[in-house]
Structures are given as C-alpha cells and as structure tokens.
Ligand binder design. Sequence first.
Ligand code: B12
Length: 309
Amino acid sequence: MTFFETPLEIVHIGHYTLGMNTYISPTILSNAFGVSPSTLKRWSDKGILNSDRTRGGHRRFSISEAIRMSRDLGIPFRNPESIGLPEPILPTGISGGREPFEILHEALKAEDLNESQRIVLGLFLSGMPLVELLEDVVTPVISRLGMQWVKTHSGIAIEHAATQMLLETLGTLKNLLPTAEGRVLAIGGAPAGDPYRIPTTMAALAVQDLGFKSVNLGPNLPLESLVEYARKERPRLAWLSTTSSDPIPMLQRKIHSVAEELHSLGVLLVAGGRQTGKLTRRPIPNLIEFRSLKQFRAFCERLLAPSNI
Ligand code: B12
C-alpha cells in the first residue's frame, strides 16, 4: 500500500474524479467533516473509522473509508468540496418535492455530465443504499430516455449520449466504494452478441459495495473466456447479465454449457437481466437466476461472507 508522506494536495481532475483510494491527513479529513482532529482520532481509536499509518507513524485515512463511515452512521461531510466531493442530496430534500429520478432525467437529457454526477454521487453520499440508487433511480431514467429512440433520430443520439454519461458516472461512483484487496470473489459480463454495458457494470458495483473484489469483464464476452478467467482466478461466483433477446435457444445452450464448466470448477453462476426467466430449460445445480440487483446483493452478502469462504 502506498501512503503519502507529505500533506496531500487534492487534485481535481474534471468533476469528482479524485481517486478515492487516496489517503489524506487527519487535518484535511477533520476539516471535511467539520469536526476537530481529536474527534477524528477518537473515531479512529474506537474503530468506527479505520485508518492506516505512514512509514513515519502518521495517521492517514482513505476517502472511501471516510465515505463508508459517513453513509453507515449518517455523519455528514460539512465541507465535502474540500476533498473533491459534491454535497450530499437527501432524496426528500430535493427542491420542489421532485423525485431524484426526475432531476437525473433532466440532467441526462440536457447532456449535463457534471450535473448527472452531482446528483448520483450526492444521493449516494446522503446514504441511499447503492442498489436502490441503481435500481430505482438510474435504471428507470435510462429506460425512459431509451423510449425516445423509437420516436426520432435525435432520440437515438440522446440515448447514446446518456449511456456514455451514465457509464462515466458509474465509474466515478466505483471510486467512492470500498476498495477490496486480495482474492477476486466474483467475475462477470454480458455474453457475446450482447452489447449492453450498464447492467453488467451495475452488477460489479453491487459486489464491490459489499467490500468484495469483483471483476467486470464487460459486454460481448465470449463465454469460453469467462470460463478461462474463472479457471485462473477461482472466484466464488460468476454473473451473466443478459439483455439482447435473440436467439434465445442458442443463449440457453451456451448458458447450460458454461454453467456445467463452472460447476466443475466449483463456481456458481448467477444469471440476471432482462432475459431472466428464459435462460434455462432444466434446473442446473450451480445456476441461479435473479431478476433484481437487490436480490443479487443480498445473495452475495451471504455467500461471500468470510465465514462462508
Ligand atoms: C441503452 C440501450 C441500448 C444501447 C446499449 C448501449 C450500451 N453499449 O450499453 C444500444 C444502442 C446498443 C441498444 C441497441 C439495441 N436496442 Co436497446 N436499449 C437500451 C436501453 C435504453 C437501456 C438499456 C440499459 O442499459 N438499461 C439499464 C439496465 C441496468 O437495466 P436492465 O437491463 O433492465 O437491468 C436491470 C435488471 O434487468 C437487472 N439486471 C441486469 N443485469 C443483471 C445481472 C445480474 C447478475 C442480476 C442479478 C440482475 C441484473 O438489474 C438491473 C437494475 O434493475 C433499453 C431500454 C430499457 N428499458 O432498458 C433499450 C432496449 C433494451 N433496447 C431495445 C432494442 C429493441 C434495441 C435494438 C434491437 C434497437 C435496434 N433496432 O437496433 C438494438 C439491439 C442491440 C443488440 N444487439 O441486442 C429494446 C428491447 C426490446 C426487447 N425485445 O426486449 C429496449 C427494451 C428498448 C425498448 N423499450 O424497446 N440499446
């Protein structure tokens, strides 16, 4: 692990793209929380907020750990901008009583990346559970924006631009999550012929949110590569996100065969996405289908708990 020996200079690259693995000093973090350095030390001594030490013995805090504590315990950042974070946004506190969904939709439609990031990260920082944010806010927004493509050519451009902006936003969100070290516990992607990038990105985030290491192998993934990767990394589970609808019988065959290969490696296969329910012709012992990320997260929480590994 690398620590900064000198007081850190916060680097802003665009908006909110600061590496959250970054370690900061007690002075900088206490200022961000608006508390005294001794309060921070107390939190750290009590184990509420984990810290590390430089080689010289000075305490350092990772920003993602500070975010974890803030979200878990509802301790707000009073000066989030001092460490490159946006203001938290309480879903109930949005002006005009509007839904988070509406303001994100407006921002994406206006192709305003900074505003989209501000909203998604702000909701996250206010403590909204990650899968709720992904499933109940982000997903319906892209779904609504997607309705446009049927209507006009510019609708297609809006859908493409929104997809890009969301992927960037999810990338920034990933930086705020706990960074897991050690063994890769989950790998996944979308099968060859399936170009959808957002759902598999979300599945990876749902695992990382639990503090477990996951690797998203992305869309258009030949399933043989998934098996090869599993052979190398020996994860506990692999996920497949399925959106493209045809041809289903071919996809079924591929999923059955990949499930069998993963079974021989002791790896569970979780299938999800829009094609859930159509993916299997007969029960396969290590294949489980989940419709939602919330179920997936709950399952991973149990399966990947240190006591079960
Ligand atoms: C963006 C988009 C595209 C983009 C994708 C860009 C990219 N690289 O990612 C592009 C432009 C490529 C595209 C192309 C097409 N698209 Co399109 N697209 C969409 C859109 C608007 C959003 C998809 C998305 O990312 N959603 C966000 C994700 C997170 O939502 P989700 O998939 O529902 O996932 C949720 C759950 O299913 C679950 N989940 C997902 N994955 C996993 C995995 C696990 C393990 C688990 C547990 C859960 C889980 O959790 C998520 C959160 O709740 C949808 C509209 C919609 N309603 O989704 C249409 C949509 C999927 N597309 C559609 C169509 C028709 C097409 C095209 C055929 C259009 C065309 N004529 O060319 C092509 C087909 C491409 C192909 N080869 O399949 C239709 C599909 C209709 C159908 N038959 O099912 C939709 C539904 C739009 C519509 N209402 O008509 N599309």
